[in-house]
Ligand binder design. Structure first.
Ligand SMILES: Nc1nc2c(c(=O)[nH]1)N[C@H]1C(S)=C(S)[C@@H](COP(=O)(O)OP(=O)(O)OC[C@H]3O[C@@H](n4cnc5c(=O)[nH]c(N)nc54)[C@H](O)[C@@H]3O)O[C@H]1N2
Ligand SMILES: Nc1nc2c(c(=O)[nH]1)N[C@H]1C(S)=C(S)[C@@H](COP(=O)(O)OP(=O)(O)OC[C@H]3O[C@@H](n4cnc5c(=O)[nH]c(N)nc54)[C@H](O)[C@@H]3O)O[C@H]1N2
Ligand SMILES: [Mo]
Length: 764
């Protein structure tokens, strides 16, 4: 082999969830990563790809000693605490195939949990979950998961209130160019964080949100940022910052609505024509039945926002074209259905829904596509085949399911039973990153007989599995890159050979399918490149500006012509406003449901028939705050996507002494003798972790922020409650459904105490 320096460097493109990059590689090694020239605001996260052959890679198939012991009738050690032995591919695949077969023959396919939530990597063909679900379906199916960690509460409440899916509503949001032209005031709960707009599931060629917001600001649009964190809106937008206690957004919206109501400033005609259930809500608002008016003074006491400002803001909202935005984070909390329902209600009272740049929008900035105005392209994906098993859980109920097989629970009007899971198969996700109350998950995770994971990196989930199969990253395989709300298609050509013995998920499943007699059904006789050509051909049917595959493959990037047959946004609310009888909403009443008879009939105390303020399980105004006086928010990390490439340079540069940074207000730090850069202990009754203190006045007093994504690394592996050493907030968060309606995750409802860490006094 030629030495590295003599091999001519190879240039290829790759698509990631955070943008398109040009890769330079030679002699089988990745040398450089540069953002694609066409991107006006590339993300620095791309640099982290240079860590592709980091020591954290899984280099060979491995099986845990504990699992092997159990097979041989010995007592098994707890998952997470045992060592692994390496095993040749053919042997480990034999074992996986026979275990899958044993479980489905003995317990039925329902006993296999392959919900396998997670973001995996960009790339249409090698998308890990699609691969696995297709494979499992050829075997007779699996217990699946529904909704997501991102916007589960919104996903379930929105169809009740507006009669459309949450996702289609997202396409409805006025795009930011329209906001620039028409909107005078954007009132945003949870900000419009640019750190999050770096990301788009499937990828994005051009990061447009920053410039679109700049233009809106330049054209006179005013922003009001309601959030515990000032930085949730970029400083250059000169937003007014209204810090509020976390999880009290609904109370603030009620205070605004009450002001409009008693001052008779709300749009009665709009409410009458376009909504139902306002009578019910308008008994609640002034406190006709409960004696408590939800007025500005009441809201001020709950939220910390001054009553005078609430009253004035209400008047500003009706004085000009206004838009209410609510971030996804706001609904990732106890009773997370309420702020979304209430935002729609408040917008209806303002009466601008369906007007250009008016009404409400959800999740600007949460990902790069929202409001970016790029028409939709329907991207082809691997056909999933049918799942014959009708067993599912709302995704965040995983610990409940594993701990309570056979028990009943409520979900969106249904009475469901948790299946008895014997085998868990996870590909492309990291539950020991994403799930709440990891000490509880650790307990639940001991229950199944077998846990199988494919992973490029030795994540905590891999660490807690029985069988870990090393998977390639997109840099090591060929794929098509493109997201549905983007204008580029990327030829993701292999840049480097597989690291160690890593194999593509497709190759792994193909070999398992061979062993289980379903090879033809799974592969349809196609190789990787056959599949790429097949998917490309499907895309070409609707996009005639695409060249021949081979031309595209050499060219590397295709930018879709603006006129190519993309799907225009559907503007359902505009049509409804213009012709409410011809274009009714698909709700029972055909209107916006401020009151819902359907939800009322479910009889859920934690989600009654109209929007209400309900005290969260933990918050700064509650009893628990005496013991744990700081509200912990675990937002999305600016320097990576969740736990992915956490070991990469962009993520590592932001650490404090190798620990994840915890933001804390100067007053709260002083009261605890904590200085900037100190190692701190963050604790509550559920868990304890270390973090590095970052003292900042961008955060309101009483609130701390520890982003998600640090590894879960307990001082005593496998032992629940042991000190977590890297700063993973999910050892502290609460594992509790938003309500019986959505059963969504509620990570943002969490109280903690912080202290300076004293290793000498450490009760590890
Ligand atoms: N406390 C708290 N917790 C949260 C949140 C919060 O706000 N607060 N947010 C939640 C939200 S919104 C989300 S979406 C989740 C995200 O949770 P996840 O999506 O589970 O997190 P990721 O780190 O993206 O995990 C993806 C995993 O897939 C692996 N992977 C990548 N490519 C491939 C591949 O080709 N093949 C295989 N086999 N594996 C691959 C990566 O190495 C990584 O381990 O976290 C949730 N958790
Ligand atoms: N860089 C980066 N971007 C990402 C991701 C990532 O991992 N990294 N993940 C992507 C994913 S999967 C998702 S789902 C989206 C998530 O999008 P979001 O859920 O909107 O993102 P977060 O960063 O969790 O929260 C945004 C801000 O909301 C504020 N906030 C938290 N709780 C409250 C509250 O109770 N009230 C108010 N008013 N504000 C509150 C916090 O200050 C926080 O900074 O982000 C996506 N974008
Ligand atoms: Mo998410």
């Amino acid at each position: 082999m030629k030495p590295v320096s003599e091999t001519p460097p190879q240039r290829t493109f790759t698509m990631t969830h955070w943008g398109v990059y040009e890769l330079e590689s030679a002699g089988g090694r990745l040398l450089d990563v540069r953002p694609w020239r066409g991107d006006p605001a590339p993300s620095p996260i791309g640099r982290s790809l240079l860590a592709v052959d980091h020591p954290r890679r899984v280099r060979a198939p491995r099986v845990s000693r504990g699992w092997l012991d159990a097979r041989e009738g010995r007592r098994r050690a707890r998952r997470g605490s045992t060592e692994f032995v390496e095993m040749p591919w053919h042997e480990v695949l034999d074992r996986v195939a026979s275990e899958l077969d044993r479980v489905r023959q003995t317990w039925g396919n329902t006993a296999i949990y392959a919900g396998s939530y997670g973001w995996a990597s960009a790339g249409r063909f090698h998308h890990a979950q699609s691969q696995m679900h297709r494979f499992m379906n050829t075997l007779g199916g699996y217990t699946r998961s529904v909704n997501n960690y991102s916007f589960a509460a919104a996903d379930v409440i929105v169809p009740h209130v507006l009669g459309c899916s949450y996702r289609s509503l997202q396409d409805e949001a006025p795009d930011l160019a329209e906001v620039a032209r028409h909107t005078a005031l954007v009132l945003t709960f949870g900000g419009i964080p640019l750190k999050n707009a770096q990301i788009e599931p499937g990828g994005q060629g051009r990061h447009l949100v920053r410039d679109l917001l700049r233009t809106a600001h330049r054209q006179g649009c005013r922003f009001v940022n309601v959030s515990p964190l000032r930085d949730d809106v970029a400083a250059e937008l000169e937003a007014e910052w209204l810090p509020l206690r976390p999880n009290t957004d609904t109370a603030l919206m009620l205070g605004l609505a009450h002001t409009l109501y008693v001052e008779k400033r709300y749009d009665r005609a709009f409410v009458q024509t376009y909504t139902t259930g306002f009578e019910r809500f308008s008994r609640y608002l002034p406190g006709t039945d409960d004696g408590q008016p939800k007025d500005a003074a009441w809201a001020a006491a709950l939220t910390g926002v001054p009553a005078a400002r609430i009253r004035a803001l209400a008047r500003e909202l009706v004085a000009a074209r206004s838009l209410i935005n609510v971030s996804w984070s706001v609904q990732r909390a106890d009773h997370g259905e309420q702020p979304y329902w209430m935002a729609i209600t408040l917008a209806a009272m303002i009466g601008q829904i369906g007007l250009p740049g008016g009404g409400f929008a959800f999740g600007y900035g949460a990902v790069g596509s929202i409001g970016n105005g790029v028409p939709r392209v329907r991207m082809p994906s691997l056909p999933g085949l049918r799942n014959p098993v009708d067993s599912y859980i709302p995704v965040a109920r995983i610990s409940d399911m594993l701990l309570n097989p056979g028990s009943r629970f409520a979900y969106n009007g249904r009475n469901l039973v948790y299946p008895d899971i014997r085998l868990v198969y996870w590909v492309g996700g990291n539950p020991f990153h994403h799930h709440q109350d990891l000490n509880r998950l650790l307990e639940a995770w001991q229950r199944p007989e077998t846990i199988i994971v494919h992973e490029p990196f030795m994540t905590a989930t891999a660490q807690h599995a029985d069988i870990v199969l090393p998977a390639t990253t997109p840099l090591e395989r060929n794929d098509l890159g493109g997201a549905s709300q983007d204008n580029v298609l990327v030829a993701m050509r292999r840049a480097i050979p597989p690291v160690g013995q890593a194999r593509d998920d497709y190759a792994i499943f193909s070999d398992l399918a061979q062993r289980l007699g379903v090879h033809e059904a799974f592969t349809e006789g196609r190789s990787e490149m056959d599949w790429l050509r097949y998917l490309y051909a499907r895309l070409r049917v609707t996009h005639d500006d695409l060249p021949e595959f081979d031309v595209f493959w050499t060219q590397g990037i295709h930018e879709f012509a603006a006129t190519s047959s993309a799907h225009p946004p559907c503007r359902l609310l505009r049509a409804f406003r213009e012709q409410p009888l011809e274009h009714p909403l698909a709700t029972p009443s055909g209107r916006i449901e401020i009151g819902s008879d359907v939800i009322e009939l479910y009889g859920y105390a934690d989600c009654p028939g109209h929007p209400v303020w309900l005290e969260p399980g933990e918050w700064l105004g509650g009893a628990e705050a005496v013991h744990h006086p700081l509200h912990l928010l675990s937002n999305q990390p600016a320097t990576r996507l969740h736990s992915q490439w956490e070991h990469g340079v962009t993520s590592q540069q932001d650490k404090i002494n190798g620990l994840e940074a915890l933001q804390i207000n100067p007053g709260d730090a002083r009261a605890r003798g904590v200085r900037d850069g100190d190692v701190v202990l963050v604790r509550n009754a559920r868990g304890r972790c270390l973090a590095g203190a970052r003292v900042t006045d961008a955060l309101m007093p009483g609130v701390v922020i520890l982003p998600t994504g640090a590894p879960f690394e307990p001082a005593a592996p496998g032992v629940p409650g042991s000190l977590e050493l890297r700063g993973n907030p999910n050892v502290l968060t609460r594992d509790h459904g938003t309500s019986q309606l959505a059963q969504g995750p509620s990570a943002q409802t969490c109280l903690v105490e912080v202290e300076r860490y004293d290793p000498a006094a450490d009760p590890r």
